[in-house]
Design a protein around this ligand. Structure first.
Ligand SMILES: Nc1ncnc2c1ncn2[C@@H]1O[C@H](COP(=O)(O)OP(=O)(O)OP(=O)(O)O)[C@@H](O)[C@H]1O
Ligand SMILES: [Mg+2]
Length: 407
């Protein structure tokens, strides 16, 4: 069991623009420690005095402020950040439930304890379910100091975890950006340097073949020329798949191109349905969506054994939704837990960093006609869109120019 009395020094509060020095605790004195800022929601002055005395006797250094109405609480929350809130259950014009909601709205993470003389078991459970950290009966106030310390420590652990998760996400975003940048540079070099060399070798071979007097040599030069031509095609394909130039023409064109290219390479028809000609996403959004789409198609090719893919790309002023449905064997229930699989995890990371959501599951049979036996997998993602995502009429990229730029 953990020692409820040990509070590690605080991490700087994430919601505070200027980090404040660590708060003082009896267990973790810090040179620059400050007293805990504790907001009391309490109408009884004598109960307030009693709670303060109890905390001080336990060696807790704190700076209290007492409020008893909703407006006073709003003012207090707006005036500074609080390390903990201790609330009476019911006050003349206010109650703990409303106070908790207000506190959570302001800062979901602040420890919230209910101290009451009258709270019943049912109400206490309700309050805990709503997010209160603890409840203490007024006739058992010696529980208050350890309960406060425990909830402070729990809040700190939550903050540290959130901070670590945010750092991890930032790291993975950074790695993604670097990888995309490297891919783009490599693709350019492969296309420009190797592509140019291939063209020169081809020209030399053509000349040599034309000037060759010997039939056998001419035939070999002819074969070599064809091989070099194939090499040129392969180089273009590799450069394209590393960083499709079509992405520069917008996400809709890129998805269309990818769907066509996939269908050609695999023989699995991809039916694309979209309500947009063009969308102006930023580079991170469009690259992420494109990579997610690529991985969804690759997964279908690798795992689904499907012979049809339906893609829906829809956008309204709030969000963009991409839905990829296959009619394959469906996904097993342990698919998401595979230790060595990173495709779906990578998708989720990308989506989360764009502030969107992803849902993946079995195709739902509708019970009508052919659909009654439908199988397969549906992947649906959605990301929020800003007002700038919709280009002014007439500014849309012309996808008819794309085929040349792909080659
Ligand atoms: N469309 C699909 N149909 C059926 N199963 C699928 C489909 N997409 C994914 N899966 C299942 O989900 C698992 C996890 O997919 P994920 O993309 O995360 O990993 P992976 O494709 O196995 O490997 P990689 O890390 O190379 O992407 C797959 O191994 C497969 O079993
Ligand atoms: Mg995969």
């Amino acid at each position: 069991m953990q020692d409820a009395d040990a509070i590690p020094p605080f991490a700087a509060r994430s919601h505070t623009p200027n980090p404040v020095p660590a708060a003082a605790t009896p267990d973790a004195p810090a040179a620059d420690a400050r007293p805990l800022a504790v907001l009391f929601i309490e109408d009884s002055v004598s109960d307030f005095a009693l709670m303060q005395a109890t905390l001080r006797r336990a060696g807790i250094s704190f700076q209290p402020r007492r409020v008893e109405t909703e407006q006073e609480m709003r003012d207090a929350l707006g005036a500074q950040s609080w390390d903990a809130i201790i609330s009476d259950y019911s006050l003349p014009t206010f109650n703990a439930e409303a106070a908790l909601e207000l506190a959570q709205h302001h800062n979901a993470d602040v420890p919230f304890l209910i101290v009451s003389g009258e709270i019943g078991e049912g109400a206490a459970v309700e309050a805990m379910l709503a997010g209160a950290d603890d409840y203490i009966m007024k006739n058992n106030l010696r529980r208050l100091p350890p309960a406060l310390k425990r909830s402070l420590r729990a809040a700190q652990t939550r903050r540290q975890r959130l901070h670590a998760e945010e750092q991890l996400r930032e790291l993975s975003r950074h790695a993604d950006r670097l990888r995309e940048q490297e891919r783009a540079e490599l693709a350019r070099e492969i296309h420009d340097d190797l592509g140019a060399l291939v063209t020169r070798i081809r020209a030399e071979l053509t000349m040599a073949r034309r000037n060759s007097q010997e039939t056998d040599t001419a035939q070999r030069l002819d074969v070599a020329e064809q091989l070099v031509a194939s090499l040129g095609v392969a180089i273009s394909r590799i450069a394209r798949s590393m960083r499709p130039p079509v992405l520069d023409f917008g996400i809709v064109a890129a998805i269309e191109w990818q769907a066509r290219d996939f269908a050609q390479r695999t023989g699995i028809p991809v039916n694309l349905n979209t309500n947009q000609d063009d969308l102006s996403l930023d580079l991170e959004q469009s690259t992420s969506l494109f990579r997610i789409f690529q991985e969804a198609l690759t997964n279908i090719y690798k795992h689904a054994d499907a012979n049809r893919i339906d893609v829906e790309l829809f956008a309204d002023e709030h969000s963009l939704t991409l839905e990829v449905t296959d009619n394959g064997r469906g996904m097993s229930s342990d698919a998401l837990r595979k230790q060595t699989s990173f495709g779906l995890r990578g998708m989720m990371e990308r989506i989360r960093s764009l502030g969107g959501w992803m849902d993946i599951g079995a195709v739902q049979p509708t019970g009508r006609g052919d659909d009654a036996t439908a199988t397969g997998t549906t992947l649906m993602i959605s990301i929020p869109l800003g007002a700038g995502a919709f280009p002014a009429p007439g500014n849309a990229a012309d996808p008819s120019t794309l085929s040349e730029s792909n080659s």
